[in-house]
Design a protein around this ligand. Structure first.
Ligand SMILES: [Zn+2]
Length: 90
């Protein structure tokens, strides 16, 4: 990996200007930005897609079933917000 300082960046910029032309530079930078953004969106959507699926199976019980405390395992009423034995949020 070569050290890239100010002079090298200017050289790269000059090469980019020559290759793409000064008029297309905003285009090129825009495409670069879009590429980075879509990559980030993809990374985020992967997390977002995985998280709700995991939490819905762990925390959302079907209606009409007993809710068991995750802390002590004691069964609680379906509308209980906290464990009647240890106070753990259900
Ligand atoms: Zn409990």
């Amino acid at each position: 990996m070569p050290n890239i300082g100010g002079p090298e960046l200017l050289l790269i910029l000059a090469v980019v200007l020559i290759v793409f032309g000064a008029g297309r530079l905003p285009d090129v930078l825009g495409q670069l930005g879009k590429g980075v953004r879509s990559f980030r969106d993809e990374a985020n959507s992967d997390k977002a897609a995985a998280a709700p699926a995991a939490s819905s199976t762990a925390t959302a019980p079907a209606p009409g079933t007993t809710v068991y405390c995750r802390n002590c395992g004691r069964p609680n009423g379906t509308d209980a917000k906290f464990c009647s034995n240890c106070g753990q949020a259900l």
